[in-house]
Unconditional design. Structure first.
Length: 227
């Protein structure tokens, strides 16, 4: 639950301060990749406490967490990381072994589900910055991309069909494509992050202090004129 919940505020934060884009993009890629190990069907049996009870999870309930060394004496020989839960420790001898699987924590996977989408490039994710920004003012579709590779990659970004948009990168402070009708190819330099905002094509650009707006809607909260 703590891993899933951390994404809730951290991902939309980069809309308001793009200086965090690289750190959050990298964290989300690693968190998304590692999260599968909460689930018994993905964690090797010799790194989990009750692999023999995995069937009760129906493939959708994970362990409460992952720990360096098991809290249970009978499992202290397991080499870390170890997937386990604290349920049986709450009321010794009363809570069943199955209580190591966490219904309340696993339910929060929906946070990841609302934010994360794959792209045409393996390990380059599209992160929806509005998905958990529940109280934002009017905003245009905004996405974070992080390229973990040591070489540049090109991602195909699909836009709303039938609506032409201009693509603005808040990290570089420039428009990277104009009049996009359905999809655009976005070049991501090696080990960098980009925040792409889909604004109405040909919209009126104005400025209020450090804010850059298109048709009166804030697009870049920390605009700095690039030389």
């Amino acid at each position: 639950m703590n891993t899933y919940d951390a994404a809730w505020p951290l991902v939309p934060m980069v809309r308001y301060d793009q200086s965090y884009a690289l750190a959050i993009g990298k964290w989300m890629l690693n968190a998304a990749n590692a999260a599968r190990f909460f689930y018994p069907q993905y964690m090797p049996d010799d790194h989990e406490t009750i692999p023999q009870l995995a069937s009760v999870t129906r493939g959708v309930i994970g362990y409460e967490g992952i720990i360096k060394q098991s809290s249970y004496k009978q499992h202290e020989n397991l080499k870390g990381p170890v997937a386990q839960g604290d349920g049986p420790l709450w009321v010794p001898g009363k809570n069943p072994e199955e209580s190591q699987f966490s219904v309340y924590g696993s339910g929060h996977v929906g946070i990841f589900g609302s934010i994360i989408r794959t792209t045409n490039v393996t390990a380059v994710l599209q992160l929806n910055l509005l998905a958990t920004d529940f109280y934002h003012d009017k905003a245009y579709p905004s996405f974070l991309y992080y390229n973990p590779y040591t070489t540049a990659k090109t991602v195909v970004m699909k836009t709303t069909a039938g609506k032409k948009v201009d693509l603005y990168n808040t990290v570089t402070g420039i428009f990277i494509a104009k009049n996009v009708a359905a999809a655009a190819s976005i070049k991501l330099p090696a080990q960098t992050a980009s925040i792409i905002v889909c604004v109405p094509a040909g919209g009126k650009v104005t400025y209020e202090g450090n804010k850059m707006l298109v048709n009166g809607v804030v697009v870049d909260y920390m605009f700095q004129q690039k030389k």
